[in-house]
Ligand binder design. Structure first.
Ligand code: CMC
Length: 452
C-alpha cells in the first residue's frame, strides 16, 4: 500500500494524497484529485518537479549519472549492441532474438526506399532550406504514402510502420543533404546494414562509391545508440503530447523533430560546433569566452554544457569523449576544435560559476567533433540526432496510445492577463475624435458601444 502525503492549503482545507514509488525508488505525490477536491492546481514552470506520466522505457538518475534503456545500462548497450537492436529493445521492451532481428532487418530493407512521387518533394525546397525543416515536413508527408488510412490496426502493421519510419528517416536525411548540395539522391542498397547504408546514401556519388570504414560505422552506431531515448525530454514530451490527442505516429514524430530543433535541445550539437569554430577562427581565448558567458549581458551560454537532469556528469558525454579520441586517432585526423573543446571543458570544470550551478559537459559537447570527423556537415547534426531519437519517440508513442487509462494531455494554467473589460468600439479605443483617415468621429458614435 502506498504512503499518504497530506497537504494543508491556505483556506485550511486538508487533502490526503497517495504517493507513487517507481522501480528505482523514485517518489511522487499523486495529485490527480487535487483540483476536483480543493480547486487548487500545481504550478511548476518548466516542469522541473512534474512527473507527466509513468513510463517503463528509460531510467535516468541525474545525480549518479545513470542512464538505462529498459533496465540495461547505456555503457553495456553502447559496447555490445547495434543501433537496430537498441531500437527493438526500446520499442518492444526486450533485446531481439536472432529471428526477430532478421525479421526487422528485412522490414528495414524493404522500406528503405522512398516512393518515386515522394522523391519529387525534395525539389520543392529552396537549396538553402535547413534539413530539419525538410525532415519534419517529409516525415509528416510520409504518412500519406505509408499509412493512407491513418489507423494502425494490429501489431504487425505497427511493426511495419515502425520499421518504415526508422528506415526512411535515414533515407530522407541523406536525400535532404544531397538536394542541398545539388547532387542526385542516392538509392539505398539492400546488402548494407543500417548505418553503412546511411553513410552510403550520404556520400556515394553517381561516379564514385563511398567506402564505409569499420571505424566510421562503429562511431555512428555509437552516436545513434546514445541518442536513442532520454525519457521525458522536450521532443519526447512533445511526441507524447501529440500522441495523446490521437494523432498518428508520423504526425507525432514530425512534431518531435520540430521540438528537437531548438538550440537548448537537439540543436545544441550544431551550436557547439559553431562555438568551437568561432573560437578557432577568431583566436579568442577560452578564458575570454568563458568570461563572456559568465557576464550574462552577452546572452550566450556555454553550449554543450548543463542539463536539466544530470547534475554530476552525463554518461553519454563520457562515452562520446572516449570515442572521439579513438576515432580521430584511428582516422589520423587532427582537429584543433577537439583541443579547444578539451581546454574549454577543463577551464569550465574548475570555474566556480559552473561548479556551483552543477554544469557539466552534456552529450552534445563532443558529438559534433565525431560527426565532423565522419564528414557530416554541421547543418546535418541535429538531423542525425533525430535519426537516433526516432526509436525512442516511437516507443513513447506506443506507450501513450496503448495505455487503456490514457487521457489527452492538457495542462492547466494560472491566468495573469487583464480581468474582465468592457468592450469599446474602435473610435472609443482610439481615444480621439478623428479616425485614421482624418474623418471626425460623431460624438454619438463615441457615446455608446457600436453594434458588431
Ligand atoms: N552556460 C552558462 N550558464 C548556464 C548554462 C550554460 N550552458 N546552462 C545553465 N546555465 C546557468 C543558467 O544561466 C542558470 O543560472 P542562474 O541560476 O544564475 O540563473 C543556471 O545555470 C540553471 O540553468 P537553467 O537554464 O535554469 O537550467 P535548465 O535545467 O532550465 O536548462 C539546459 C538546461 C540544457 C537548457 C541549459 O543547461 C543550457 O541551456 N545548456 C546549453 C544548451 C545545451 O547544451 N543543450 C543540450 C542539452 S543535452 C541534449 C538534449 O538532451 O537536449
Amino acid at each position: 500500500m502506498s504512503e499518504i502525503a497530506t497537504l494543508t492549503l491556505p483556506d485550511g482545507k486538508r487533502i490526503s494524497l497517495p504517493t507513487v514509488v517507481g522501480t528505482e525508488d523514485e517518489h511522487a505525490v499523486d495529485i490527480s484529485r487535487l483540483r476536483s477536491e480543493t480547486g487548487y492546481i500545481t504550478l511548476d514552470s518548466g516542469y522541473q518537479n512534474t512527473g507527466a506520466c509513468q513510463s517503463a522505457i528509460t531510467f535516468i538518475d541525474g545525480e549518479k549519472g545513470i542512464l538505462r534503456y529498459r533496465g540495461y545500462p547505456i555503457e553495456d548497450l553502447a559496447k555490445h549492441c547495434s543501433f537496430i537492436e537498441v531500437a527493438q529493445l526500446l520499442i518492444w521492451g526486450e533485446l531481439p532474438s536472432a529471428e526477430q532481428r532478421a525479421h526487422f532487418s528485412e522490414i528495414l530493407a524493404e522500406h528503405s526506399t522512398l516512393h518515386e512521387d515522394f522523391r519529387r518533394h525534395f525539389s520543392g525546397f529552396p537549396v538553402h532550406a535547413h534539413p530539419m525543416s525538410i525532415m519534419s515536413a517529409m516525415i509528416n508527408a510520409l504518412q500519406t504514402y505509408d499509412l493512407p488510412g491513418m489507423v494502425i490496426d494490429d501489431e504487425d502493421q505497427f511493426e511495419r510502420v515502425s520499421g518504415a519510419l526508422i528506415s526512411k528517416v535515414r533515407t530522407i536525411a541523406a536525400a535532404a543533404y544531397k538536394s542541398s548540395i545539388g547532387e542526385p539522391i542516392t538509392y539505398p542498397r539492400y546488402n548494407l546494414k543500417y548505418v553503412e547504408n546511411f553513410l552510403h546514401m550520404m556520400f556515394s556519388r553517381p561516379f564514385r562509391d563511398y567506402v564505409v570504414t569499420a571505424e566510421a560505422s562503429a562511431a555512428l552506431n555509437l552516436f545513434l545508440i546514445l541518442h536513442a531515448d532520454h525519457e521525458q525530454n522536450c521532443s519526447t514530451s512533445t511526441v507524447r503530447m501529440v500522441a495523446s490527442g490521437g494523432a498518428n505516429v508520423y504526425a507525432s514524430t514530425a512534431a518531435g523533430v520540430c521540438a528537437l530543433w531548438g538550440p537548448l535541445h537537439g540543436g545544441a550539437n550544431q551550436a557547439v560546433m559553431e562555438m568551437l569554430t568561432y573560437l578557432r577562427t577568431s583566436g579568442m581565448s577560452v578564458q575570454d569566452y568563458l568570461a563572456k558567458v559568465k557576464d550574462r549581458t552577452a546572452g550566450i551560454r556555454l553550449m554543450g554544457f548543463g542539463h536539466r537532469v544530470y547534475r554530476n556528469f552525463d554518461p553519454r558525454a563520457q562515452i562520446l569523449k572516449g570515442a572521439c579520441d579513438n576515432l580521430l586517432n584511428s582516422l589520423h585526423i587532427s582537429d584543433a576544435r577537439l583541443d579547444i573543446a578539451r581546454e574549454l571543458e577543463a577551464a569550465a570544470l574548475s570555474d566556480d560559476y559552473f561548479i556551483s550551478r552543477k554544469l557539466y559537459p552534456n552529450v552534445d559537447f563532443y558529438s559534433g567533433i565525431i560527426l565532423t570527423a565522419l564528414g557530416i556537415p554541421v547543418e546535418m547534426f541535429t538531423v542525425l540526432f533525430a535519426i537516433g531519437r526516432m526509436p525512442g519517440w516511437i516507443a513513447h508513442w506506443k506507450e501513450v496510445t496503448a495505455d487503456p487509462a490514457g487521457r489527452i494531455y492538457r495542462p492547466r494554467q494560472i491566468y495573469t492577463g487583464p480581468a474582465r473589460r468592457e468592450w469599446m468600439n474602435r473610435f472609443q479605443r482610439e481615444k480621439g475624435t478623428t479616425d485614421s483617415r482624418g474623418f471626425t468621429v460623431p460624438d454619438d458614435l463615441l457615446a455608446k458601444p457600436m453594434a458588431q
